[in-house]
Design a protein around this ligand. Structure first.
Ligand SMILES: Nc1ncnc2c1ncn2[C@@H]1O[C@H](COP(=O)(O)OP(=O)(O)OP(=O)(O)O)[C@@H](O)[C@H]1O
Length: 473
């Protein structure tokens, strides 16, 4: 028990108020409970609480927005309870300097832990003031419990400049979250600059990140600003950080440690003025264990990890996401659609290996393909099975390039580099492609060459080299 402490609860639901009182009565000397903003303000006129616990939606207004004018000592910790459960509420709660934000339904043990910490005044970092007009949900749709932890972390990141690592399967929304972290953070008036480590040839990564001087390497005809310079004052989003080559990792670590960098070919030390937000779909601990990612850089980036749950772990958000994608489609000219209840249930049951991105693609396809304004379960079934078991692959070109990347990594990790890696890959890819096309055209080489868009003689020669029998591929 914290001696002599007073807790004020602002909650209009009498049942919740009673449960909270029962839970916390032994944690304080005095427990006051009010049910509206007017009652709260009247109580505050005569008392000074050591902690305020407040609901957001109250009969006479918003429990967060009305608090700053209520004459409370700004140092008083506030715990916000809300069933609104959006990033907006989490961010606004942080904006008033609240101690904690607990989405409803909340866990009573969690509430007790939070209350004890607040009463001992182990305060969180001072919170940034968020302009309520700016605080929408920053493109993030969904209120499932699994997303609440994400919103709370984003809200806590708003008041500091720490590096962030966003983890999650492909298509779970890592880039949307990176943008939300930027948009709610201290650097929101600065630029948001993104760079994808997997999309840039390894020999160019350092020049892309740090810039280069004129003549630094062949083809460097003029000085070029790197992403660190472009993002100055803002946030730098390093997407697919797990794919960053080791040499670039070493440089990045040095920059994060010293806050200084120099351009490729330059000698002057420049000040790094960015918040680094990194993301990857890869398992970082495996990359570290395999020696493919520097452990010290991993720990430096992993101070505040944000782990995005796969869509199958937040199925209750699927309805809201479907609505969101239908609306987005409508704005870009697609027809408006409703979903029959069983059609929606089928979408909710699906496992979504490509996560939110795959759901977005499927919804937009359904909006186009469905003949009726109401999408039926048959429409959904047809689209989900269109590409065989497991539904639509999220992005075929993407999965091919990732498979190639994994394969190439293994080859390059081997001791022997005989310069045949390109021709080996070509043989693997061509053989698979030729076999599929030959099967499709029942061994007709002329037709196969036509579909492949290559010369018939070239095809015949390659089939010989690859030892493929066109009649029995
Ligand atoms: N919670 C969300 N609310 C609304 N849209 C979302 C949400 N999550 C993801 N999306 C949408 O899904 C698509 C994929 O999201 P995003 O590109 O952020 O995923 P990612 O995790 O970065 O994927 P990858 O690992 O393949 O780069 C985007 O169109 C994005 O707008």
């Amino acid at each position: 028990m914290s001696d002599g402490k007073t807790i004020l609860l602002v909650e209009d639901d009498p049942t919740i108020a009673m449960i909270i009182r029962e839970t916390l009565i032994d944690e304080c000397a005095r427990f006051a409970s009010v049910a509206s903003i007017a009652e709260r303000n009247a109580w505050l006129a005569d008392h000074r609480p050591d902690l305020i616990i407040t609901d957001v939606v109250l009969p006479d207004g918003d429990g967060i927005d009305s608090l700053p004018g209520a004459g409370v000592d700004p140092e008083t910790p506030v715990i916000v309870l809300s069933a609104q459960n959006t990033l907006d509420t989490a961010v606004r709660a942080t904006g008033i300097g609240s101690y904690d934000y607990l989405p409803k339904p909340f866990d009573l043990e969690e509430l007790t832990t939070s209350v004890r910490a607040a009463l001992q005044r182990v305060r969180a970092e001072p919170a940034a003031k968020i302009d309520p007009a700016q605080a929408d949900s920053h493109g993030l749709v969904g209120r499932a419990p699994a997303m609440q932890a994400v919103y709370r972390t984003i809200a806590r990141l708003a008041s500091n400049d720490l590096a962030v690592l966003i983890l999650g399967e492909s298509g779970t929304g890592k880039e949307v979250v990176a943008r939300a972290i930027h948009a709610t953070g201290l650097r929101r008036s600065g630029p948001f600059v993104a760079i994808n480590m997997a999309a840039i040839p390894r020999e160019l990564i350092e020049a892309e990140l740090f810039g280069h001087e004129k003549g630094a390497f062949t083809g460097a005809h003029s000085r070029n600003a790197g992403r660190f310079e472009q993002a100055a004052g803002g946030s730098l989003f390093l997407d697919e950080i797990g794919d960053m080559p080791l040499e670039a990792q070493t440089r990045l670590l040095r920059v994060l440690q010293s806050n200084e960098y120099s351009t490729v070919g330059g000698s002057q030390a420049l000040k790094a003025n960015v918040r680094v937000i990194a993301a990857t779909h890869r398992d970082m601990r495996t990359l570290v264990a395999d020696g493919r990612f520097r452990e010290d850089l991993f720990y430096r980036l992993n101070v505040i990890p944000v782990t995005l749950p796969p869509l199958r772990d937040r199925r209750s958000d699927i309805g809201a996401l479907v609505r969101h994608f239908v609306d987005a489609g409508r704005h870009s000219g697609l027809p408006d659609r409703q979903f029959a209840p069983d059609a929606m249930q089928m979408l909710e049951r699906h496992d979504w290996p490509g996560n939110v991105r795959e759901l977005g693609n499927v919804v937009q396809r359904l909006a186009v393909l469905s003949r009726d304004t109401i999408v039926s379960v048959r429409d959904v079934e047809a689209v989900l099975t269109a590409s065989g078991e497991g539904g639509l692959p999220p992005a075929p070109a993407d999965s091919i390039s990732r498979a190639v990347d994994d394969w190439a990594r293994e080859q390059l990790a081997g001791d022997e580099q005989d310069g045949s890696i390109h021709s080996q890959l070509e043989a693997i890819v061509e053989a698979a492609l030729f076999r599929r096309v030959l099967l499709d055209v029942r061994g007709n080489q002329l037709e196969a060459a036509r579909r492949l868009g290559i010369n018939r003689n070239t095809l015949r020669k390659r089939l010989g080299q690859l030892d493929i029998d066109p009649a029995n591929p």
